[in-house]
Each structure stands twice: as C-alpha cells, then as structure tokens.
Design a protein around this ligand. Sequence first.
Ligand SMILES: [Zn+2]
Ligand SMILES: [Zn+2]
Length: 356
Amino acid sequence: MAEFRASRRQADLLVKWGFDVRIPYCGMETAFRAEIGSGGPVFCVMSEYDALPEIGHACGHNLISVSALSAAAGVSELIKSGELPGTFVVLGSPGEEGKGGKIHLMNAGAFDGVGAAMMAHPGWRTATWKGCFGLERFEVEYVGKASHAGTAPEKGINALEGVMALFHGMNAWRQHLPEETRVHGIITDGGSAANVVPARAVARIYLRSGRQGVLDEMVVRFGEMVEGAALLSGTKVNLRSEHLGYKSGFPNEPLNREFFDAATELGMNPEMAEKQSRGSTDFGNVSRILPGSHVYFGISADGSRLSLHTEEFEKASRSEFAFNSALKAGEALASVACRYLSDETYRAEVAADFAK
Ligand SMILES: [Zn+2]
Ligand SMILES: [Zn+2]
C-alpha cells in the first residue's frame, strides 16, 4: 500500500470541494475518508488507485479514482446547495490487488452507518455487476535436503518433487470440482542448479469459486493435498495463507438498475451483466455487509474485448477515451447517489434486495 501520491492528490481535491477529509484513515497511510453533508441517509462511493507490479495500471485503478472524484464533484454541489439530504462519503481504499484495503476498512468500522456503497471499475464494456468469485491465495514451501544430484542423489530429499506432486494432485482434482471454480498457480522457486537436489521449492496457488461454501471446502481439500504431497516426497511443508480472503460478492439489483438507466441516458450503451465476474475483489467482502455494486465502464475505444491485467489494458487505461468514460461513470454513480439520498422508497428497495 504505497499509493502516497495518488491518495494525497485525491484528498487535496476533495478538501477543495468542501469535503471533510481524514487521511491517513483506519491505520492505513494511503486510505482516506472524505465526507460531505450530515446525518442519514449515507451513500458511499469507493476509490481505488493501486497499480500492479511491472505492468502498472493494467487494471485501470487510476480510472476508478477518476470516476469516484467525478461523482464527488457532482454530488457535493447538490449537498452544499441544500438540494440533497444526507451524507455522501468517498472512501479511498488502497491495495486492492492482494492487500485487501477494504477488508481493513471493514474491520475498522469504516462502513458503520453507511446505507449503500458502489464503485466503478474499467472494463472492455460498460456493464452492471453480477457479483464476483471469492479468492484464497497460498504460498506453499517444501523443504528437503540438498545433495549432489549426480554423485550422491540418495542423500538428498527433493523439495521440487513436493511441488510437482502438489501440481499433479491439483490437476487430478480439477476434473471433480464443481462448475465455476478456478485452481491456478505458479512455481516461484524450483531449485537453483540442475546438478543440486533442490532443498527448497515454492509454489503460489490461487483457489477461486463463485460460491463461498464451495471455496471453503476447496481450502480444506487443498490443505490435505499439500500434506499429501509432502508425505509422498518425504519433505516438510509450510503452508501460508497469503492474504485476507476475498469473498464472493453479492450484487444489489436496484443499485445495478439505477446505474444502468443513468449510463443509458449518458450514451454509455451499458449491458446487464449475465454472469458473476471470474475475477475477485475485496469489494466482494463489502457487498456481504451492506448493499453494494461494483459496476464497469467501457474503455475499449473500438469495442474489442480487452482483458484486465494485460499490456493492452494498461495502454487503454491512459487513453483520453478511457478518461472520458471514467468521468461519465462518475456521473452515473452520482445519479444513483442522488436517487438513494433523496428517495425513501428506493432506499427501501435497495435494503430489501440486500436482505434477500
Ligand atoms: Zn486487478
Ligand atoms: Zn481491478
């Protein structure tokens, strides 16, 4: 969570627009809370701004902050002029790519009193949100004993065999997993020389599922497989959970619908999402404690299916087309916020859908 410049810059702008800003927030130097208005109802828009190692803004979080600030600029005017009741909050959540900024915010009570939360993420098209997969990440380290692979292999214990046995186990397991699951990983350490029996080998494995119960069962089975591979290879194993689990998310349909209508009016040609996102986000956890939606805005100028976390996406995320799309997404979020803050019947619908 090293987004010092990005968080500070947003905080400065929000202060300028009359927001009451707290930074650092909830014990995180790069988190912030900006609030305008008073009393209930409370609507929150989330900002993200972290980048990926090596490929930079290949997830376009630079644009998420643009959309959040675009929403903030509009809604704050209406609150200051007295046309809109309640409170509007911008939460700056650092470290989405693995560090779970929103989970820290949740645990510290940042969402207490918030009625609904939304955010807009760039994608190849503009769309509503059908929820997301839950994610658990692990680092598995097998420890054996080094030896000369040619002259004394019998004295070695091969840690790489542990990792390979684990991959074989996972490959066999995959066939029997329910639909809508993902198991994938890489080997980050497989030894240092071909003529030395590897004393240490490490893999990083991700498990995902659209159903939290399935994911919880997968974690248990995976743990058994990790142990099994250690027995098979005669190694010792250390299994570390790499982050706070990202839970599968629940979409709020009234929030989706309102965003869809606003985006349509703005000429964004939105689509209703037809299936859960196969990716995972710490917003999934947020959507389990209050009504939420993590909508998408299109940044593909020619309509081609850009994939997140690619060089193409990084390039698109700094285009003028993408910037304008983020501004519009912010307008659409502002429109949902206005409806939420001003319409009691709508708020009841949002709450009822969440209770379901
Ligand atoms: Zn990402
Ligand atoms: Zn992202």
